[in-house]
Structures are given as structure tokens and as C-alpha cells.
Write a protein that binds this ligand. Structure first.
Ligand code: C2E
Ligand code: MG
Ligand code: MG
Length: 638
């Protein structure tokens, strides 16, 4: 009997290489990743034991009968394990299904496998899978097709897990599983029914594994290139598994305090390089921990898993930050702060944990570099609200249900309301009216601010179209732009289209940008120039709160500067002179000045004396809904 094991040899070479790379690149310690490793190792063993058993059986006379039974039984053991592990892998990929059918899964996944292991064990006595006679001749046993049935069962059950959970899985995950399933089935059908002497099972499994690896199991897909750490998504996956297995693991966030300055002063390449060096240092200092890069210079790690205390971890990080980072011969210093959970606050899910850590990080940031802060229950409660707001934002965006409030802007020369700032709000049945400070940052972080910005702009255009601006004495409606919107090359074109669609004269629109928009100044300038050319005006909002280069900012086509309320209040409350300096600084520029945060008559009069052109604040009105704003403007006119 001649076995052809050429396919096995190629399978061994491919899978062994994959295993070595997979282990070297250290995948996230998630159940499905470990099961994928098990699947590769077992498939490799199937091919190896197949070659060894085939050779030994061909030279039967040279080995004792028990040895021949042993090696062939080992081959069959590996062969029946592979589909069972695949089924578990598919189940672990589809998390929710595992929760719902956990016990069912174990029954399914273990009973057929255990029966076959038993049949393998009794092969020497009952010749279930094969037999070897006294002349060392090998023949197949009557129960060998049962292996095929077991394989089909496990492959189909694994496929069913994925099918049942398909909406929660990525297309790549689903299809790679189906491809593996199909190939493995074909390999078994060929070897079982067409030619048992050509070992196609290993080849089919290997090609299947290679496809799954290339499509979504490559550990590099979970890594962030900038820091060399795992991506933030990894924390969500770990947290999901924590919940699944009832674990309450502790996590810690390291934040680079001066990350934004580093980025705006030295640019992306240098700040990324510094982050990479810090990431490398952390990975080397705590090699067993898993580090995840979140964003904006923040890392998360599962520190407590290896018995390390948050304080000890913090000490290592803070000590490192005392030393400079050398990049291309230049030195850079960073400072950091740390927030951590230690298992006493139980996080419901990843979203709540993420927001709790963020809230804690904001608090630690206000306490300065070198702070180490323990997450409290109050922060956790705030985070629960923030997660609810996040889902309210999603609903509002999907249903186009954002609310626009208008805050009047008073013209000093005109002695009346000459415009308004459009300010977005969310409404939720349970939480009521939600202010932008609670959701804009999140919309920005997740890119949803693009959709939000477009919906706000459309609603403002709708308002301008239906109100008779001139007869109301209204000159402009100001709309806030997020930095992300400004950095889109298509912004000018899209806004132009929207204004055209609603028949709005661009002269009524003023777009507000802030100093933080000027990071990518060339794209911003291009958008501004294109829109200015058709008559749209631009205001620099919150002047005095950013760090940007004023020469750069003033080179943009701006019409208005809005002085931030903090500067106005500092003048009235503490006699701070910055306000007067800012006003005189802009005096000679051809710019109109708006002061924000005008809350009293006394402030209004004084600001007029100081030479401001427009005033905005609670003294005139808080932001109010559209109908109330129209009434306000109409009442003042008549
Ligand atoms: P902002 O653009 O600086 O808007 C002015 C904020 O100051 C408004 O807060 C307004 O209610 C508040 N304000 C005005 N006068 C006074 C006053 O006299 N006293 C006090 N205490 N506050 C005053 P609001 O509506 O909560 O908006 C906060 C921020 O959210 C805005 O600051 C803006 O940066 C952002 N935002 C609002 N709507 C949008 C939007 O449609 N898109 C984007 N990207 N951001 C928006
Ligand atoms: Mg504004
Ligand atoms: Mg402002």
C-alpha cells in the first residue's frame, strides 16, 4: 500500500511557519486567538503524524505492532481533534452566541469528540478505525467513516455559530470561517470517498488556515503601528471576554500630559516617534502585560493581571519621564499621569469602562503631571450617563433629530440683534435636554461629528431660507465647525451644494473655527478661501483658549474674532488686563470683535466702551429654540 504524502510535507512547512510567526507576534490573549493557535498546532500534528505513521506502516516489519498502533492512533486523535477545535474557535468568535448557548456548546463540542476518542482507544482491540495484522499489514476499520461524520457535524455546527451571529461579525471573519469550512469538507470527502491514499485533508486544512490567517487572524491586525501596542479595539474585546467569563480585571491608563503640545510644536512624525519609544519602554519593562494604544497619547494596560501594583507601575513610568527621549539626535521631554481601576468599581461593559477612564483622566489632567488617580464610583456613574448620551446621539443622528438653539448676537453700532449663533442640543426622553459639551467631544472622537455638522448646517440653511433675514434685521447666523470637518478636502464643495439646495445666500452664513483647527492649516485655508470667495464669512471662535501661532491664524481669511468668555470674565472678576490687550491688538486688523459671556448690563456697557463690535451672552439671551429666537427678534423690532 503506497500513501502519497507530498501534500502533508507542504502543509507542515506552511503551518509551522505560520505558528512561529503567530507566536512571535504575540496575538491578544483572547479565547478565539488561543483556539486558532490550537487549530494550527493540531493541524500541523495531523500532517506530521500522518507522514510518520505512513512511513512506519509502509516499513511495517521494522516496527513492533504496538508501536504501529500507537503512531496511527495518535494520528487519528489529532485528526478528530481538529474539527472539534474549529467548532470551538467559531463559537468563541461569535461571543454572544457563546453566552446564550454556553452549556449547549460544551455538550455539542465535547460529546461527539469524546465518543471518537474512545473509539480510537479501543481500536487495537475492536479494530474500529483500522487494524494491523500479525504480518504488520494495515487495513481500514469499519468505523472509519464515523470520523467523517464527526468532522461534518463539527464544521456545520461551527458554521451555524457564525451564521447565527453574522450581524455582529465582520464580513472578513464570517467568510474566512466559511471558506475554511468548505475546504476542509472537500478535503475530507476526497480522502474518505475518492482516494484514501492521497492525504488531501492536511492540504485542505492548511489552505483554510492560511486564508483565515491572512484575512483576519494575523496578530499584526490588532496592533497600532504608531505605538507598536495593541489597538484600542483590543480592550473592548478583552472586556467582552471578562464579562463572558465573569472576570473583573483591573486596567490602568497612562496619559502623556503634553501630547497635544508635542504634536502641535514638533508635528506628527516626532510625536509618533516619542510615543513609539514610550510604548517600547513599557512593553520591555512589563513584558507580560498587554498594552493598548487608545488615542491622543493615552495607553491602557491590564496591569493587575500579573500581580503588579498601580503605584509600582506608575513609579516606573514617572521615572522614565524624568529622562529625555532621544530622536534623531534631539531631546524631547514628556510628562504623564495615570488613572487606574482596581476591581472595586464593577464596569458593566467596555463603553462604560472607556468613559470612566476618560472621566478619571480628565480629572487627573487638571491635577497635573505625576498624578496617580484611582477611579471612583462617582466617575463610574458619570460614565454610565455618558454612554447613554452616546446612544442618544446615535439615535438623533440616525433620525435627523438634532435640535438647534439660537443665541442672539447684539450689534453695538446697530443697537439691536444682528445675528445668532446656532448651537446644537440633543433631547432624550429620560435625560431631557443634553448640552453639546456632553457629546461633541465623543462625536469628534468617533468621526460622527461629520454627520452631525452636516445635519446642523442643513437645519441652519432651512432656518435661513424660511425666515426673512433682512426684514428681521439679521445679518448672519454663525455655525460651529469641528476641526475634523475643516480638514476634509470636500468641505467647501459640500457646503456650497447644501446652500444651493436650500437657496441660501452665502452672505448670511458665518462659519466658526477655533485655533485647534489650524493643525492642518493648508487644507483649512483652501476650504476657507473657496467658501469666502462665494461670500461665506469666517469667525475665529474661543479666542484666547488655544496655543496656536497667531501669525498663522491671522493669515487665514477671517472676518470676525470671538473673544472667549474666560478672558471676558477674568477682566470683570479679577481685573485681568488680557481682554484690553486683545482688543487693542485687533484694533488695527480689519476684523470685527465679538465678546462672549456677557452676563450683566454693567458688562455690556463696559465692553462697549472698550471698543467691541458685537456682544453675545446671557444678558441678552441664553440659546433658545428657533420659534423663541424669532419671537425675541420680532419683539425687539416692534
Ligand atoms: P461656543 O461655540 O463657544 O458657544 C458658546 C457657548 O457659550 C454656548 O454653550 C453658550 O450657551 C455659552 N454661553 C454664551 N453666553 C454665555 C454666558 O453669558 N454665560 C455662560 N455661562 N455661557 C454662555 P453651549 O451651547 O453649551 O455650547 C458649547 C460648545 O459646544 C460651543 O462653544 C461649541 O464649541 C460646541 N458646539 C455647539 N454647537 C455645535 C455644533 O453644531 N457643532 C460643533 N462642532 N460644535 C458645537
Ligand atoms: Mg461658537
Ligand atoms: Mg465660543
Amino acid at each position: 500500500m503506497i500513501w502519497n504524502f507530498d501534500f502533508d510535507i507542504s502543509a507542515i512547512v506552511i503551518i509551522t511557519t505560520l505558528i512561529l510567526y503567530y507566536v512571535y507576534r504575540k496575538p491578544l490573549p483572547l479565547i478565539h486567538n488561543l483556539l486558532f493557535l490550537a487549530l494550527m498546532v493540531l493541524s500541523d500534528l495531523v500532517a506530521i503524524t500522518d507522514v510518520v505513521a505512513s512511513i512506519m506502516t509502509s516499513y511495517g516489519g521494522r516496527f513492533t505492532i504496538p508501536t504501529l498502533y500507537g503512531i496511527n492512533m495518535l494520528y487519528y486523535l489529532c485528526l478528530i481533534s481538529v474539527p472539534a477545535v474549529f467548532c470551538n474557535y467559531a463559537a468563541a468568535l461569535s461571543y454572544k452566541q457563546v453566552i446564550k448557548t454556553r452549556s449547549l456548546k460544551y455538550i455539542f463540542c465535547s460529546i461527539p469528540f469524546l465518543i471518537l476518542v474512545f473509539m480510537d482507544m479501543i481500536t487495537p482491540f475492536y479494530h474500529t478505525f483500522f487494524s494491523i495484522n500479525s504480518n504488520h499489514i494495515f487495513s481500514y476499520g469499519g468505523f472509519r467513516p464515523v470520523i467523517f461524520y464527526e468532522t461534518v457535524l463539527y464544521l456545520l455546527v461551527g458554521g451555524a455559530f457564525v451564521l447565527a451571529e453574522q450581524t455582529n461579525l465582520r464580513v472578513s471573519e464570517r467568510y474566512s470561517v466559511y471558506i475554511y469550512l468548505g475546504l476542509s469538507l472537500l478535503g475530507h470527502i476526497y480522502q474518505c470517498y475518492i482516494n484514501p491514499y492521497i492525504q488531501t485533508v492536511s492540504l485542505a486544512n492548511t489552505v483554510g488556515i492560511l486564508i483565515v490567517f491572512l484575512i483576519h487572524q494575523n496578530p499584526d491586525y490588532d496592533r497600532d503601528r504608531r505605538s507598536g501596542m495593541y489597538r484600542e479595539m483590543g480592550v473592548a474585546k478583552m472586556k467582552t471576554e471578562d464579562l463572558l467569563y465573569g472576570l473583573n480585571r483591573s486596567y490602568l491608563t497612562v496619559a502623556v500630559e503634553n501630547y497635544k503640545e508635542l504634536r502641535s510644536s514638533y508635528g506628527e512624525v516626532v510625536s509618533d516617534h516619542v510615543l513609539f519609544e514610550l510604548g517600547k519602554f513599557l512593553r520591555i519593562s512589563f513584558p507580560r502585560m498587554n498594552h493598548f494604544y487608545v488615542h491622543n497619547g493615552k495607553f491602557v494596560c491590564d496591569y493587575a493581571r500579573y500581580g503588579v501594583k498601580a503605584e509600582d507601575y506608575a513609579k516606573v513610568v514617572f521615572d522614565r519621564c524624568k529622562e529625555p527621549f532621544y530622536i534623531d539626535g534631539l531631546t524631547y521631554y514628556i510628562s504623564s499621569y495615570i488613572v487606574y481601576t482596581d476591581g472595586d468599581v464593577v464596569m458593566e461593559n467596555h463603553a462604560v469602562m472607556r468613559d470612566t477612564m476618560r472621566i478619571a483622566a480628565d480629572e487627573a489632567a487638571s491635577m497635573g503631571a505625576g498624578t496617580i488617580l484611582h477611579v471612583t464610583e462617582a466617575m463610574h456613574q458619570k460614565a454610565i450617563r455618558s454612554v447613554k448620551i452616546d446612544s442618544a446621539l446615535n439615535q438623533a443622528l440616525q433620525g435627523d433629530n438634532l435640535l438647534i438653539y439660537y443665541q442672539p448676537i447684539y450689534g453695538i453700532k446697530e443697537r439691536r440683534i444682528v445675528g445668532a449663533e446656532a448651537l446644537v442640543r440633543l433631547y432624550d426622553k429620560e435625560m431631557g435636554l443634553i448640552m453639546p459639551d456632553e457629546f461633541i467631544w465623543r462625536a469628534e472622537e468617533t468621526g460622527r461629528v461629520l454627520k452631525l455638522g452636516e445635519q446642523v448646517f442643513r437645519k441652519v440653511c432651512q432656518f435661513v431660507k424660511k425666515s426673512n433675514m433682512d426684514s428681521l434685521g439679521l445679518q448672519i447666523i454663525e455655525v460651529n465647525l469641528s476641526p475634523l470637518q475643516c480638514m476634509r478636502e470636500q468641505l467647501a464643495e459640500e457646503f456650497q451644494e447644501i446652500m444651493k439646495e436650500y437657496g441660501v445666500d452665502p452672505k448670511y452664513i458665518c462659519l466658526e473655527i477655533t485655533e485647534s483647527h489650524t493643525v492642518n492649516i493648508d487644507v483649512v485655508r483652501k476650504n476657507m478661501v473657496n467658501l469666502s470667495n462665494i461670500g461665506v464669512r469666517f469667525a475665529l471662535d474661543d479666542y484666547g483658549t488655544g496655543y496656536s501661532n497667531l501669525v498663522n491664524v491671522l493669515s487665514l481669511p477671517l472676518n470676525i474674532v470671538k473673544i472667549d468668555k474666560s478672558i471676558v470674565w477674568a477682566y470683570f472678576n479679577e481685573g485681568h488686563k488680557l481682554l484690553t490687550k486683545v482688543i487693542s491688538m485687533f484694533e488695527n486688523e480689519n476684523l470685527r470683535l465679538v465678546v462672549e459671556g456677557v452676563e450683566t448690563e454693567e458688562m455690556a456697557c463696559k465692553l462697549e466702551e472698550l471698543g467691541c463690535h458685537y456682544e453675545q451672552g446671557y444678558f441678552y439671551s441664553k440659546p433658545i429654540p428657533e420659534y423663541a429666537f424669532l419671537k425675541y427678534v420680532t419683539d425687539q423690532r416692534y
